[in-house]
Design a protein around this ligand. Structure first.
Ligand code: PAF
Length: 283
């Protein structure tokens, strides 16, 4: 496995693979890797000849009061895990390599970034789109893999890829959960023992919502949100940022669950903001 830190070296290596006719899968990450990332790497390994993982905590997708400085980092453990997953290349650039002095080009998007995390974290998706587009340009993957836990991120990247004719396939992979239900996230590392228990209210709300829609036939967004809020209200450490019912592609609010619908939530457990969601496809 190679670990490269510069754009130039990375381009040279992937160019050599391309000349050999090899297919390249990219798993973009911010490191502090967990089972969710490994599931993306395994899928990428099955579907491509080469797997590249990028590890880069991207400063421009964090707001000024957010956790860029404290975001967990462990390059040694991440490298060992990537080697174990048979990743071919880790691209781990510095901030200066990605954003050299004078950098001033960004990718912006309307509409589907207006709500949900886009509303709570202004500028977040501009940072995500910009870094992901750069990674696509550097690694030139055939396919790129993202976790469904960040459902709006997947929808935004899918839209960007289509709108800007980037010509690669975006693969969305199922959320991986701890055995007690909590969705895996690098930010779970922030939780104290007490908060870790409280965080289960988030997945409980998701499972309750999913059951209401899929087993009890609930179609009214307002009633569904109220039921999920009730579960979260029972947990004193949980503070709801949002619970929204939106079209799975458009990310626009809907009153009724009809067709492909995303039910997404962001919840603060203490200072840690956790995301979770489920998708339903109704006739
Ligand atoms: O999901 C993430 O870890 C990040 O948003 C991504 C896609 C690697 C871009 O920095």
């Amino acid at each position: 496995m190679e670990i490269l830190h510069t754009v130039k070296e990375t381009r040279e290596l992937v160019r050599a693979w391309r000349i050999n006719g090899e297919r390249i899968g990219l798993v973009p990450t911010m490191g502090f890797l967990h089972e969710g990332h490994f599931s993306l790497m395994r899928r990428a390994k099955r579907e491509n000849d080469r797997v590249v993982t990028s590890i880069f905590v991207n400063p421009i997708q964090f707001g000024p009061k957010e956790d860029f400085a404290s975001y967990p980092r462990d390059m040694e453990a991440d490298s060992a895990a990537c080697r174990h997953e048979a990743v071919d290349l880790i691209f781990a650039p510095t901030v200066e390599e990605m954003y050299p002095v004078g950098f001033c080009s960004y990718i912006d998007m309307d509409k589907i970034t207006a709500g949900l995390c886009g509303k709570s974290r202004p500028g977040h998706f501009r940072g995500v789109c910009t870094v992901v587009a750069k990674l696509f340009n550097i690694v030139t993957p055939d396919k790129a893999y993202f976790g469904q836990k960040d459902a709006q991120q997947v929808a935004v990247i899918q839209r960007m890829t289509r709108d800007l004719s980037m010509g690669l396939e975006i693969v969305s992979c199922p959320t991986v959960r701890e055995s007690d239900g909590l969705a895996k996230s690098s930010r779970n590392a922030y939780l104290s023992a007490e908060e870790r228990k409280a965080a289960l209210a988030v997945s409980r709300a998701v499972f309750k919502g999913e059951k209401l829609v899929k087993e009890k036939g609930e179609r009214d967004a307002g009633r569904l949100i109220a039921a999920m809020r009730e579960t979260l209200a029972a947990e004193p450490l949980a503070k709801v940022d949002y619970i929204e019912v939106v079209g799975a592609e458009s990310m626009e609010k809907v009153d009724r669950i009809d067709g492909s619908t995303l039910v997404a939530l962001a919840v603060f457990i203490g200072k840690t903001r956790l995301l979770d969601n489920f998708v339903c496809h109704t006739a």
